[in-house]
Design a protein around this ligand. Structure first.
Ligand code: ZN
Length: 94
């Protein structure tokens, strides 16, 4: 998959690393795993609102802590504008 999104390079900046470190220290667990009552250490930061290149949203959030697995399966689909249905521990959609 070729990624030509212009903001992609922002993820390599020291500023983004600082934002990421702060988010993960304040919210160290994957919030999507927690919805399923699973405890997983978060190591990635997802934008709760798709920023689509909006720099205010990109730098200021709101953010959500996720693990790599959740981020790649659910986060990318949300970024693509698709509706994601998640199921809770009781089997009902969240
Ligand atoms: Zn997760």
């Amino acid at each position: 998959m070729t990624d030509t999104r212009p903001w992609r390079k922002l993820y390599k900046t020291a500023r983004w690393r600082a934002v990421r470190e702060r988010q993960l220290s304040e919210h160290p667990l994957c919030e999507w795993c927690l919805e399923r009552e699973e405890i997983t250490e978060a190591n990635e930061v997802h934008h709760r609102i798709a920023h689509k290149g909006d720099l205010d949203l990109f730098w200021s959030g709101p953010f959500l802590s996720t693990c790599k697995a959740c981020h790649s399966s659910r986060g990318q689909r949300e970024d693509a504008g698709q509706t994601v249905v998640a199921y809770g521990a009781d089997g009902w959609p969240i």
